[in-house]
Each structure stands twice: as structure tokens, then as C-alpha cells.
Write a protein that binds this ligand. Structure first.
Ligand code: ZN
Length: 247
């Protein structure tokens, strides 16, 4: 059964209630052996994907017991989500009603850095060949000559765009509409998912438009500002620019 992905329409949900659909103990695979995972009918937890890590937090049972969620991953079926438990954690029961609580400070930092990468990708004009986001730093890899990457210029250009303070927008388009506009697909390492019939885009009006399934801030002013911490040659087509938030 597909999980209703509440974060897609509202990335600011910090709590929600849901029903436990399935509980499994993992023998091998995404979590350490002996750990379990929980599938819910709906979730505010973003599963690892597109360079953004899976959410963490707690499930609260009616009896007050708190069960830590240490990671979130996509399940095998389309739009299913596995909430990964620590090894040896208590397991909720299928059918049980449960309250969800996100580690919000971590998720909000991920949202700010993720959105900052969208803005930075419009300052460095080159194909993006990779990327990753953590709670304290994020990076993009570009297929570009190292001599064209200047940390002060990237920092200044990105912060100047952030200061415009425009609202971000989520737009859905069909596969056919995207095929008619191939220039939208800027990322070379991650192609937008096809076959579901429609694709989710992030639009930052006047700045960026590209396929993305991640979570973003409502207004780019929430990024505050970024600092370029490192520029490094990671390969012929991977010139890596790493950033952090100013505060
Ligand atoms: Zn995004």
C-alpha cells in the first residue's frame, strides 16, 4: 500500500498521526541486522533520495512509549516509506494509531541547505554531476574547469540571489511536457523519475526550475546566507563546491 506523503504538500509538518500498516525486522539490507522498520498509512518523514538524507525523529505510542526513528528509506513499492528503528527497539503493532514527531531542527537545516544548492546551481553555470546534503554542510559537483570556480564569487552571487527573498513553488508536470523541455533537466547524475505520469518540479521564480522531489523552504530568505567552505577537484567531471549556512 502506498504511503500518503504529507511532506510533499507541506514540508513544514513537524507532527502528525498515522496508522501502522506493517512492521518488519530486517535480516539484512538498509538497516543493521536485528533492526526493524515500520510502514505507515501516511508520513511526514522524507525518505533518503536526491542527495537528501532520510528523516529522523520519534513515534509516540498511546501508552507514552517513544520509539526512535533512526533513518527513513524508500520501500520497494512505489511511494512506500520505511521508518527504520534502532536494533532491539520495541516494535509497534500493525493497526496501531501512532503519533509522529520529526527531528525538526535537523530537517529544517536540510531544507535550508537543499534550497541553497538550487540557488547556487544557478550561480555556477555548468552541468551538475553530483550532490549531497547533510545537516551541517552540502555540496554540488560540477563539470567545469577548476579555474572558473571562485569561492568569493560563488558565495556573493548565491547570497545576492537569496536576498531577493522570493517564495518557492512546487509544480507538477507530465512526462510528455517535460520531454518537450529537455533543458529543464540540469542534473546529469540524477534524471527525473519517469513512468509515474507526472513529475514534481521546484520553481524559484526568476532563479531556478528543475525536477526535484525533496523538501524546500517556503521563501529563500529562510536560507539566511551561505559560506563556501571548500572547492576541490574530485575527478575530471567533478569539481566539488561545499557550503555551510552562515547561521
Ligand atoms: Zn530540491
Amino acid at each position: 500500500m502506498a504511503t500518503e506523503l504529507l511532506f510533499r504538500d507541506d514540508a513544514y509538518l513537524k507532527t502528525a498521526t498515522a496508522r501502522v500498516v506493517a512492521v518488519r525486522v530486517v535480516e539484512h539490507g538498509v538497516a543493521e541486522p536485528g533492526a526493524g522498520y515500520v510502514e505507515l498509512d501516511r508520513t511526514i518523514y522524507y525518505p533518503l533520495g536526491g542527495g537528501q538524507p532520510g528523516d529522523t525523529g520519534f513515534l509516540m505510542r498511546k501508552n507514552g512509549e517513544r520509539i526512535a526513528i533512526v533513518d527513513t528509506r524508500k520501500g520497494e513499492a512505489h511511494d512506500t516509506v520505511r521508518h527504520v528503528l534502532a536494533a532491539g527497539a520495541a516494535l509497534p503493532q500493525p493497526g496501531e494509531s501512532i503519533a509522529l514527531e520529526l527531528d525538526w531542527p535537523r530537517r529544517y537545516a536540510l531544507m535550508r541547505l537543499h534550497t541553497a544548492l538550487h540557488v547556487m546551481s544557478c550561480v555556477v553555470i555548468a552541468p551538475v554531476t553530483g550532490g549531497n546534503i547533510a545537516a551541517d554542510k552540502a555540496r554540488l559537483d560540477f563539470d567545469i574547469d577548476m579555474t572558473l570556480l571562485d569561492s568569493a564569487r560563488i558565495e556573493h552571487g548565491t547570497n545576492e540571489l537569496v536576498a531577493r527573498g522570493v517564495d518557492t513553488e512546487t509544480v507538477w508536470i507530465t512526462d510528455a511536457e517535460l520531454d518537450a523541455q529537455p533543458e529543464l533537466v540540469k542534473t546529469m547524475s540524477v534524471q527525473p523519475p519517469r513512468g509515474a505520469g507526472r513529475i514534481r518540479l521546484l520553481r524559484i521564480p526568476g532563479i531556478d526550475l528543475q525536477p526535484c522531489g525533496g523538501t524546500h523552504v517556503k521563501n529563500i530568505a529562510e536560507i539566511g546566507g551561505i559560506r563556501v567552505t571548500r572547492i576541490r577537484n574530485e575527478g575530471r567531471r567533478n569539481k566539488r563546491v561545499e557550503i555551510t549556512l552562515v547561521n
